[in-house]
Design a protein around this ligand. Structure first.
Ligand SMILES: Nc1nc2c(c(=O)[nH]1)N[C@@H](CN(C=O)c1ccc(C(=O)N[C@@H](CCC(=O)O)C(=O)O)cc1)CN2
Length: 299
């Protein structure tokens, strides 16, 4: 296969998902007599978080949903943030709540996530939604791993019986990704910083999902020929020109491309899926909150 055909275009896939969400959001508005609504809370001034939150607001509006943005100063107390989450839980115009991570060090992330109503937890981070995913009940699934699964199924069709290795065991990506692949009847290995002979473990896999946050760690020699490689890493490293930076993934793309059967680039692979799936989850939340059935095959 030509190298260009191996590239999994997450940007294009995300665009088409957003268009489908837009159609479904318009249909929801007609049925419910109101728009679906997403509240995003940002605490502090982390530059990357500011970009993501701005993007979420713009894409929410472009999909025909209401966007409620709450920007709080970095010295906001945990109690103040919890009070804001409580207000959003009680607000009938708000279907989905997202608190942008990371939070400043003085705030306990787990406490804040636990305070979000599981029915509005469109990030899928609440322990109730993590439990639902683990036992196969309907709930909200974290956006990045669900986006990865969509890209995998689009490229491979059935994943049943395939060997999958997830590198990274975070609550936000690695663990839910492993659960999703298991639910698709893959044989799943979760590798992490203490895994022995990581390259050998990865070399057995038909599917590799890299989510470790270490720039270009996975080399071409680690990849089984023909394997599908999903790169979740977004690492900013020094660029060729002094003072400039560039984005790279956890996979050495140029090294892995000749070996892989298919691979996501960084940027333009998994990243754009995160916000598109967030919009999709918000629309699902709106239907559930309004008691309106949604044909989920459309999304
Ligand atoms: N509450 C949450 N916080 C965070 C999440 C999350 O899902 N929920 N994920 C990340 C950040 N994130 C969204 O919030 C996010 C990351 C990356 C992208 C993206 O489109 N990346 C582009 C490159 C962008 C760039 O140039 O910097 C790409 O990979 O092509 C979107 C959203 C942490 N926090």
């Amino acid at each position: 296969m030509a190298d260009a055909d191996k590239r999994i275009d997450g940007k294009a896939f995300a665009e088409s998902l957003r268009a489908q969400v837009g159609d479904a959001a318009a249909a929801f508005e007609k049925l419910a007599g109101r728009k679906a609504g997403l509240a995003v809370v940002l605490v502090g001034e982390d530059p990357a978080s500011q970009v993501y939150v701005r993007s979420k607001g713009k894409q929410t509006l472009a999909s025909g949903m209401e966007s409620f943005e709450h920007k709080l100063p970095a010295d906001t107390s945990e109690a103040e943030l919890l009070a804001m989450v409580a207000r959003l839980n009680a607000d009938p115009a708000v279907d989905g709540i997202l608190v942008q991570l990371p939070l400043p060090d003085h705030i306990d992330e787990q406490k804040v996530i636990a305070a979000i109503s599981p029915d509005k937890d469109v990030d899928g981070f609440h322990v109730t939604n993590a439990g639902r995913l683990a036992v196969g009940q309907p709930g909200f699934v974290p956006c990045t791993p669900l986006g990865c699964l969509m890209l995998l199924k689009d490229r491979l069709g059935s994943l049943s019986g395939l060997d999958a290795v997830v590198i990274g065991r975070s609550n936000i990506v690695g663990k839910p990704m492993a659960q999703l692949l298991l639910a698709e009847s893959c044989t799943v290995t979760v590798a992490h910083s203490r895994t022995k002979d990581l390259a050998d473990v990865v070399r057995r896999a038909d599917i590799v999902v890299a989510a470790v946050g270490r720039p270009e760690m996975v080399k071409g020699g680690w990849i089984k020929p023909g394997a599908t490689v999903i790169d979740v890493g977004i690492n900013r490293v020094p660029g060729a020109e002094e003072g400039k930076t560039r984005l790279v993934g956890d996979v050495d793309y140029a090294d892995a491309l000749p070996v892989a059967g298919a691979i996501t680039p960084v940027p333009g692979g998994v990243g754009p899926m995160t916000i598109a799936v967030l919009l999709r989850n918000t629309l699902v939340a709106a239907h559930r909150n309004a008691g309106i059935a949604l044909d989920q095959t459309a999304l």
